[in-house]
Ligand binder design. Structure first.
Ligand code: FAD
Ligand code: UDP
Length: 378
């Protein structure tokens, strides 16, 4: 069969590879001048630092098969994401852990004491079933920590009040009553030794895969293929004719520094008065390397306009209604499967993207076809 994958990010590359290995001829197009989608990494010529061009990417998963999959294509180095945050004139450790709590309240509590203190004196236990981001924060850490670390950051990140956002966004972050400051709680975590783009290049390196960069897909191309796996924006497939699904976009203000700018990879800024959400210093993502110079990104979030790169799906009430309309139309299409974070309008971590791509390809290989959505976007 002749297969087209739109997008040379993880979704298109992983699906393409699996189908190529099964003997299908796979063409992959991407509008950008490089492969790897938003995971793209590039070494800076001046400093030699590996830069995460579209923002920091840390690989973490509980999925053994996905972990083995990525390790088959590149060498992963041990890396633990340890995030700091600046708020109220001090630097604290994230996610909220015993160090954060003791430092913030000027105490020396042990785990049980801290747990009792947060639940009895800080948390709003009258909230039994938190629905919003704000309720989730008030229920689990209480107002003081919420206002220092989450309220301002979230207003900057999402452009709305935390009371208008779902609790699920905050549920991604743990609260710990020990000194474990690992940002993630997954079994496997690491960083590809030579960046993500080299890993995706290895995935794409198969005689039955042809990649065309700087090639924007248009729907009249679809007829030349037996099936299309589309990882572009769902609303883009329909030329946005019902309106645009809302996204947040990011602006990265790049700057260089001689030496060590902030001493860690990610420094968040919890207060609304600081206009950016965080600063990333890319050389700290590769602690096994050593560089004199440094490349940093100041990260600003704002509403995505048509010419911007869509990063975070907003998925509020208006978007969900519009999404439902696009999904209905997509389900009536034949010969196309909508995949990945843009094709299904969901925030997907890399490991979930790979898991879904593998499952989608398996479904296609088993049945000779796949529905419009192998993973439901609603
Ligand atoms: P993408 O990477 O977006 O690839 C889609 C590709 O399709 C793009 O290259 C695009 O150019 C191309 N395309 C779109 N439309 C067309 C068209 N019409 N014609 C041709 N080409 C087209 N995940 C983690 O696991 N850990 C992290 O730490 C992490 N950090 C992140 C930080 C940020 C700021 C963001 C935004 C995401 C982060 N992610 C992280 C998520 C990660 O980026 C995604 O899981 C992954 O990129 C999804 O891959 P994809 O192939 O579905 O989409
Ligand atoms: N968040 C926050 N303060 C922080 C870090 C995160 O308020 O210092 C909130 C913010 O709303 C963010 C959410 O928690 O969108 C999830 O955090 P995560 O680090 O997973 O953000 P992402 O990777 O989505 O940028």
């Amino acid at each position: 069969m002749n297969i087209l994958c739109v997008g040379a990010g993880l979704s298109g590359a992983v699906i393409g590879r699996k189908l190529a290995e099964a003997g299908h001829a796979v063409t992959i197009v991407d509008a950008r001048s490089h492969i790897a989608g938003n995971c793209h990494t590039e070494r800076d010529d001046d400093t030699g630092v590996m830069v995460h061009i579209y923002g920091p990417h840390i690989f973490h998963t509980d999925d053994k098969e996905v972990w083995e999959y990525v390790n088959a294509f590149t060498r992963f180095m041990p890396y633990k994401n340890r995030v700091k945050t600046t708020s109220q004139g001090q630097v604290f450790s994230l996610p909220v852990n015993l160090h954060t709590i003791n430092q913030f309240f000027g105490r020396t509590m042990r785990p049980d004491e801290a747990r009792a203190f947060i639940t009895q004196e800080q948390a709003d236990t009258s909230i039994t079933d938190p629905q919003t981001f704000e309720e989730q924060a008030m229920r689990f850490v209480g107002r003081d920590l919420y206002e220092a670390f989450f309220k301002g950051y979230t207003i900057k990140q999402w452009g709305v009040q935390p009371s208008e956002l779902p609790a699920s966004i905050l549920k991604r972050l743990p609260v710990r009553f020990n000194y474990d400051d690992n940002y993630f709680f997954h079994k496997y975590q690491g960083m590809p030794e030579n960046g993500y783009t080299e890993m995706v290049a290895a995935i794409l390196d198969h005689p039955k895969i042809t990649v065309h960069l700087e090639t924007r897909f248009s729907r009249d191309q679809a007829a030349q293929y037996d099936h299309v796996f589309y990882s572009g924006p769902l609303d883009g497939w329909f030329d946005y004719d019902l309106g645009r699904l809302g996204y947040r976009t990011l602006d990265f203000e790049r700057f260089t520094y001689e030496g060590d700018y902030q001493g860690c990879a990610v420094m968040n800024y919890g207060e609304e008065s600081v206009p950016f959400t965080r600063i990333t210093e890319h050389k700290h993502f590769a602690p096994w390397e050593s560089h004199e110079g440094s490349v940093c990104y100041r990260e600003f979030s704002r509403l995505c306009q048509p010419e911007d790169i869509p990063y975070y799906p907003i998925r509020q009430v208006r978007e969900k209604a519009l999404l439902a309309d696009y999904v209905t139309r997509a389900e009536a299409e034949t010969g196309v499967t909508f995949v990945g974070r843009l094709g299904t309008y969901r925030y997907l971590d890399m490991d979930v993207t790979i898991r879904e791509a593998l499952d989608t390809a398996d479904l296609y290989l088993a049945q000779g076809r796949t529905p419009a959505f192998a993973s439901a976007p609603l």
